[in-house]
Design a protein around this ligand. Structure first.
Ligand SMILES: [Zn+2]
Length: 333
């Protein structure tokens, strides 16, 4: 190889490394001016915005935790054939090829380590997953891992016209999910262990993909997470739960001057329940005996994104709903 080629392949390798998360198909219309309509697939009869992340369905009251990315390639029968590409370097965490057991249909989850955070990418409605992939196997960013399909167990099927991959970037709430599920909803089936959608909290992928595209190596996922809009702030009387270790960069260090031991955490949640700031608190800082206390609510953020129904205003008092309490139970289990 001459020096020019060595240098350019080094630059390509460097650029690929700087871009942690990539769009998981060849459809890159997201990066084009007014490209959204060619990138997102809306729900039947609705605009492309219903295929984005957030409280985008049922007038804001239903969450969609992923991006529905439009198909580009079809076979003779009109079935989608787009290769699905690993969004980042990682390892295979879970493969489900029993489409009747999930509204994700066939789905694949990959585990990634980014800036000290464990992030899980999820690809749903797949036709098939690459046959040689096994749990624990390493994959490279951009490597084909599956083929787009239309699998789902929902009453309303995905039409050929709406063929897409449902793509998520998630934080994993609790490794003890299966035990928690058994205890909190006895008798209800849990076919996917900890890889149940309820145990994965999605973060909006669009600002991540666009942020990286625009800022390159300067983009920081950690700083994006730390700067989420806050829905509410709660106090929990728990000192040992998996999130504290798995997402340690989101936990503020205990002040050195503090002599008292930690009795709980003050936690900021975004509208989707992601605990993005955790501040250690001592017993004297926690008033009241309740296990979970609501300290504050950002009413403007609630008005924008109410779909998770984590808090509710009764009279002029804000309270945690059963959904909110449930989420905190799982987070701190
Ligand atoms: Zn979707």
């Amino acid at each position: 190889m001459d020096r020019q080629i060595v240098l350019s392949s080094f630059l390509i390798a460097f650029a690929a490394q700087a871009q942690t998360f990539q769009i998981p198909t060849a459809n890159h219309a997201l990066f084009e001016k007014s490209g959204e309509e060619r990138f997102f697939v809306g729900t039947a009869g609705k605009t492309w915005t219903t295929g984005t992340f957030g409280c985008v369905r049922m007038g804001g009251w239903q969450m969609h935790e992923g991006l529905d990315i439009r198909c580009l390639q079809r076979d003779k029968r009109g079935e989608p054939t787009d290769p699905i590409l690993a969004t980042a370097d990682g390892t295979v965490a879970y493969i489900s090829m029993r489409p009747s057991l999930s509204n994700y249909g066939n789905y694949l989850i990959l585990r990634h380590h980014v800036e000290g955070l464990e992030i899980y990418s999820l690809y749903a409605h797949l036709h098939e997953v690459r046959h040689d992939l096994k749990v624990g196997q390493a994959v490279k960013a951009g490597e084909p891992v599956a083929t787009m399909g239309r699998t789902a167990n929902t009453r309303e099927t995905i039409s050929k016209d709406r063929a897409h991959v449902h793509f998520e970037l998630n934080l994993l709430v609790n490794d003890r999910f299966a035990a928690w599920h058994k205890q909190s909803v006895p008798g209800q089936r849990n076919d996917h262990g900890e890889w149940n959608g309820q145990n994965l909290f999605g973060i909006d992928q669009k600002p991540i993909l666009l942020g990286q595209h625009e800022q390159g190596a300067k983009f920081s996922l950690l700083s994006l997470l730390q700067n989420q809009a806050e829905l509410c702030r709660v106090l929990v009387r728990k000192t040992d739960f998996p999130w504290l270790k798995r997402y340690a960069p989101l936990v503020r260090p205990k002040p050195l001057t503090e002599k008292e031991s930690i009795a709980g955490y003050e936690i900021a949640l975004n509208f989707n329940g992601v605990a993005f700031e955790l501040i250690p608190r001592t017993a004297s800082e926690i008033k009241g005996k309740a296990k979970f206390q609501l300290i504050s609510v950002n009413e403007a953020e609630y008005a924008r994104n109410p779909g998770r129904r984590l808090v509710v205003k009764r009279g002029n008092r804000w309270e945690l709903t059963s959904h909110g309490l449930n989420l905190l139970e799982l987070l701190t289990y």
